[in-house]
Structures are given as C-alpha cells and as structure tokens.
Design a binder for this molecule. Structure first.
Ligand code: C2E
Ligand code: MG
Ligand code: MG
Ligand code: MG
Length: 287
C-alpha cells in the first residue's frame, strides 16, 4: 500500500516538477558538501554616507562558488538552505566571517566601519539559532556589538512571537544594530515600527529604480524618510544606479545609499582598495 501511495505521489508530479524536485534534492546534498568544503565566500557592497560621500558600512552578501557549476546566486540556494535547516550553519558562518573582516577594516582603514548581514525570517525563528554564539564571538574578537548590523524583513516583525522579540532584544542588549531590509514591499501595517526598536530602514530597490524629479516614487521616498527621521530611524536607499537617483536622494535628506553606481558587491581584497580611496571620487556629496 505504501508503494502504491508512493507511486501515486510520483504520478502527481509533472515531468518539469519532478525535475525541479530532483534538482532541489541534489542542491540540498551539495549544500551540505559546500559547508564542509569551504565553497562559500562573502562579497561586500559599500554603503555610502550621503552627507560626506564616504563608505561607512558594507553589506555582506554570500556567494557560493560550486566546483562544477560555478557561481550560484543566493536567491537560488538560500530558500533550499532554509527548507533543509542548513541556513543556521550558513548564517553562523556569515556572521563570524563578517565580524572577523570588519575588525580588520576598522583597524586598518576606517575606525567606525560597520558590516551588515542578512538574516532570513526562517533563520530568525529557528529554535536552533543561539544568538549567544554570535555575542560570544564578538567578545572573543574584542569587537563592540555596534560594529554589526542585522538585516531582517518586515514579514518577521508582522507575526513576531515571543522568541523573535526575545532574540531582537538580545541583539539590542549586545549593541548589535537592526535594519529593516526591502522596506515597502512587505506589509502595509506600520505598527511594528513603534513596537520594535529599529536603527535603519532600507528602502527597497523597486522604489529607487524609477526615481525621477516628478515621480510618485520620489514622493514615496520622501515620505518614508520624513517618517523614519521622526521615529529616530536612519534611512538607506538600495539599488542606486545613477547620479540622478543619488542627487534626488540627497535632496530628500536620505542618510545612506547603496548600489551599482558606487560599486557592485566585491571580494574583500577589492573592498580594501575602495577603503584606501575613501571617500570614492564617484561618491562625493553634491555641491
Ligand atoms: P538583499 O539583502 O536585499 O541584498 C541586495 C541585493 O541587491 C544583492 O543581491 C545586491 O547584489 C543587489 N544589488 C545591490 N545594488 C544593486 C543595484 O544597484 N542594482 C541592482 N539591480 N541590484 C543591486 P544578491 O547578492 O544577489 O542577494 C540577493 C538576496 O539574497 C539578498 O537581498 C538577501 O535577501 C539574500 N542574501 C544574500 N546573502 C545572504 C546571507 O548571507 N544570508 C541570507 N539569509 N540571505 C542572503
Ligand atoms: Mg540585505
Ligand atoms: Mg534589500
Ligand atoms: Mg532583497
């Protein structure tokens, strides 16, 4: 009977669905190998302070370099890491590696440098996540908590239970800052902004992409920035690709910008070069 059910289930999948299930299972196995085989690396993208034009933060973005298939995008493997629970191990590695890196950059180039890491809602809710590991790691590096920023998404706060609230508080107690990523794309309720202590809002790329002087997107960005500032929250604009976008954001009193116009995400050795010429010539504040 079990075999019968199994076959029925098998028949349920269309050929392409079957293929994608196999592909996902293969990917899951290869993820396990990747964790032990050091196939992950972090790229860093500068976050520029608009008033001074200097790089003050970086976002750490994971890259998987597969020995056969080459670079695999986080958009393709993070969901599988979440389904399989491997996200906890990967997330811990990302945090520890980013902390090690920011310590070096603070000592060599930029005493107030900060690095932000992404934390998926599943990772945040997971029972297996022990924030104490991160906090202990910072202590052992002799690194203050405010060197690190954790990026979370709106969805996490919408249905935040006890465990999530406790975790956010533990980060805050350790001085680790919190940013709300992809802001504006999730939910229309803003009540969580007064309920949780957030340091940064990151305006989603979709609002920055079509930013022109008379665009509704500019009105939205301006309103988000005014609201955030009244709540004591700083604003980062994501996906800045043109000088016009940058200038409009400066006009709207935006605090920070991140995007290809400044730099794509780059390996740490290339980021060294950006810090050596900080502020970037391209990034100087508008006159
Ligand atoms: P995100 O956190 O919103 O990161 C920003 C994404 O936008 C990055 O894509 C970055 O390369 C891209 N980007 C930056 N500037 C521009 C621009 O000017 N134009 C355009 N078109 N894109 C830009 P990436 O690195 O492929 O990462 C995609 C997503 O994967 C991230 O979105 C984040 O949600 C997730 N991710 C990346 N690394 C990690 C990680 O270590 N842990 C977890 N849980 N998620 C991660
Ligand atoms: Mg992010
Ligand atoms: Mg984002
Ligand atoms: Mg995103």
């Amino acid at each position: 009977a079990a075999k019968q059910r199994g076959r029925n289930r098998y028949n349920f999948f269309t050929p392409s669905m079957q293929e994608s299930v196999e592909k996902r299972m293969r990917l899951a196995n290869e993820l396990r190998i990747a964790i032990s085989g050091e196939q992950f690396t972090l790229y860093y993208q500068p976050i520029v302070e608009l008033s001074s034009g200097r790089i003050q933060k970086a976002e750490a973005l994971i890259r998987w370099v597969h020995p056969k298939h080459g670079r695999i995008s986080p958009a393709d493997f993070i969901p599988i890491a979440e389904e399989t629970g491997l996200i906890n191990e990967i997330g811990n590695w990302v945090f520890l590696e980013a902390a090690r890196q920011v310590k070096i950059w603070r000592e060599r180039y930029q005493p107030d440098m900060q690095i932000s890491v992404n934390k998926s809602p599943i990772q945040f809710r997971s029972e297996a996540h022990h924030e104490s590991v991160w906090i202990d790691h910072l202590k052992s590096l002799n690194l203050p908590g405010h060197c690190m920023v954790v990026e979370i998404t709106e969805g996490l706060l919408m249905d935040a239970g006890e465990a999530v609230s406790r975790r956010l508080l533990a980060f805050r107690d350790a001085g680790i800052q919190v940013a709300l990523d992809d802001f504006g794309t999730g939910y229309s309720s803003l009540s969580y902004l007064k309920k949780f202590d957030i340091d940064y809002l990151k305006i989603d790329q979709s609002f920055v992409r079509n930013l022109t002087p008379d665009s509704p997107d500019l009105a939205l960005c301006e309103a988000i920035i005014v609201m955030a500032h009244k709540l004591g929250i700083k604003v980062v604009a994501e996906g800045v690709e043109t000088e016009q976008q940058r200038n409009l954001l400066i006009g709207a009193q935006c605090d920070y910008a991140q995007g290809y116009w400044y730099s794509r995400p780059v390996p740490a050795t290339e980021f060294d070069l950006l810090l050596q010429q900080n502020p970037l010539s391209v990034a100087r504040p508008a006159a």
